[in-house]
Ligand binder design. Structure first.
Ligand code: SF4
Length: 95
């Protein structure tokens, strides 16, 4: 049998499921995205190790003066948590 029952008891055929999948792919294409590109937009943050993060400042350079810092303990490029007094190789001085 090709039909599958939903929670509401409505049968969905393989043709309907395939049609829905094609519709989603078409919508992504219309937006200029592929399924891979859509997934890639979920940005993965750098690990502490990869960024060379440490909980102490590097001279005057510290997370609280970096443009990527998001108080109280987050960063847009490095995984949380971080310290306002920390530092990593991705430091970018806030203007
Ligand atoms: S990029 Fe590095 S220095 Fe800047 S806020 Fe994030 S962890 Fe801190």
């Amino acid at each position: 049998m090709d039909d599958r029952q939903t929670k509401t008891g409505r049968a969905i055929s393989r043709r309907q499921m395939l049609s829905t999948a094609v519709g989603v792919a078409g919508t992504l294409a219309a937006l200029g995205l592929s399924a891979g590109a859509a997934n890639a937009q979920v940005t993965k943050k750098a690990t502490h190790k990869d960024a060379g993060y440490r909980d102490s400042p590097n001279g005057a350079a510290r997370c609280s003066t970096c443009r990527q810092f998001r108080p109280p303990s987050s960063c847009i490029t490095v995984e949380s948590p971080i310290s306002a007094d920390g530092w990593c190789r991705l430091f970018a001085k806030a203007s």
